[in-house]
Design a protein around this ligand. Structure first.
Ligand SMILES: C[S@@+](CC[C@H](N)C(=O)[O-])C[C@H]1O[C@@H](n2cnc3c(N)ncnc32)[C@H](O)[C@@H]1O
Length: 390
């Protein structure tokens, strides 16, 4: 009986969900509207629906409940009724490492292809190792903190007091299990930012100089600006975004970080903004472009199922459009830092080629930051230098 109840709950959620809202927000609303679901129902439904989407488009011809059992087997190391019932021969092997479990599934289901998990693989940037990348979807990424210099010890002490298993990656980076309730551990202090490991690594490309003037042109709530400020606190910052609400969050985060002097502008960078910007010249521009987010789908696996491939071209146009309106405000000899959280070549290396071919920019270095090897997001970063006028 309990298994039927669990499957019914999963099927109801799957039927009601259309991929438009992020799954975590949808589930929050769904559970609010379905108050009769107890905490155990909510826990199992969340585990099942997340595991189900992590299977992407693999074994699409199999029955849904069998696909759910396979997904749950691959994503978890603790028993479940769906695996016990629908994969009875494999159930006692659920604790095995992922690679061993994948081999078991491949031999039990010859139609299983790992590459079907991420069905957009023909669009991948060349540097991405397809097999490792596809495997990474069965493991939920971790939570990363960027710690203000000098505060690591006190943060570690608080985490240990709350028995949070924490890994020290560097003197400014901590790795915690996903879902850690930070507000319980640190009720009063903010000597850290939640920032993915790969996003932290993009900072290695900034190389700001003292008293430089920089523009974070797609700043949202300011993740990259805060990183830039920590690297060089004397940098004079201009931040902009098309969404005013994001910039309001930026104000709060800057306030908490003690940053008082900065200029903020609401700008649509697909338009001509000369009226606002005609006398501006920057020593560095961060273009953290709107993108497919395909490097972050380990956190939002519903996208493996619902993403429409045509959108890659849409994002690519948006990125090129924005770039063409910002390069003119960069001083010659200075860097444009182009960043995406995408694994698609069209948004990454091909965007860089477009920038080099159409603007006075020369590529200095670029990299796919392979978060899929570190239980983190995968990102792309390029540093292009504006050439002197002929
Ligand atoms: C990847 S997010 C930026 C994340 C941010 N830099 C951070 O580190 O948290 C891309 C941002 O581009 C903004 N954006 C999208 N279209 C835009 C446009 N036409 N003009 C300006 N900003 C735009 C979005 O509102 C979004 O906040």
């Amino acid at each position: 009986m309990r298994i039927e109840h669990q499957i019914r709950a999963f099927e109801q959620i799957f039927k009601s969900y259309d991929g438009l809202l992020p799954l975590h927000r949808f589930l929050h609303l769904y559970f609010k509207q379905n108050k009769k679901m107890g905490s155990s129902d909510r826990r199992w439904s969340s585990r099942y629906i997340y595991s189900f989407f992590r299977l992407g488009k693999a074994l699409m011809k199999e029955q849904q409940v069998l696909r759910l059992a396979i997904a749950d087997f691959l994503c978890n190391t603790t028993p479940s009724l769906v695996v016990d019932t629908h994969l009875p021969n494999l159930a006692d092997q659920i604790e095995l490492p992922l690679k061993a479990k994948l081999a078991l599934i491949e031999s039990a289901f010859p139609a299983f292809k790992l590459s079907d998990v991420f069905s957009f693989h023909q669009n991948l940037s060349a540097a991405v190792e397809k097999e490792d990348f596809c495997e990474s979807f069965f493991i939920q990424p971790d939570l990363f903190l960027r710690v203000t210099k000098g505060h690591l010890k006190s943060l570690l002490a608080d985490l240990k007091a709350h028995e949070v298993p924490v890994k020290e990656l560097s003197e400014t980076t901590l790795m915690l299990p996903n879902g850690t309730k930070l507000e319980n551990v640190f009720p009063n202090q903010k000597f850290y930012q939640v920032q993915d490991l790969s996003s932290q690594k993009t900072g290695l490309y900034f190389e700001p100089k003292a008293y430089d003037r920089w523009w974070d042109c797609c700043a949202a709530s300011g993740g990259k600006s805060l990183l830039l400020h920590d690297l060089e606190p004397t940098v004079q910052l201009v931040v902009s975004d098309v969404r005013e609400t994001s910039l309001n969050n930026l104000d709060d985060r800057f306030h908490e970080a003690g940053i008082k002097k900065y200029q903020k502008k609401v700008l649509d960078l697909l338009q001509n903004n000369d009226q606002d910007l005609h006398d501006y010249e920057f020593d560095g521009i961060i273009l953290d472009a709107p993108c497919s987010g395909s490097g972050t789908w380990g956190r939002t696996p519903e996208m493996l199922y619902y993403f429409d491939e045509h959108k890659i071209t849409m994002y690519s146009r948006l990125q090129r459009g924005i770039a063409s309106n910002v390069v003119k405000y960069l001083k010659p000899g200075k860097p444009l830092i182009y960043i995406t959280c995408s694994v698609f070549k069209q948004e990454n290396e091909e965007a860089v080629r477009y920038l080099e071919e159409n603007f006075p920019l020369k590529l200095e270095k670029m990299e796919v930051i392979k978060g899929y090897k570190d239980a983190a997001d995968t990102m792309f970063v390029a540093r292009l230098i504006k050439t002197e006028p002929a």
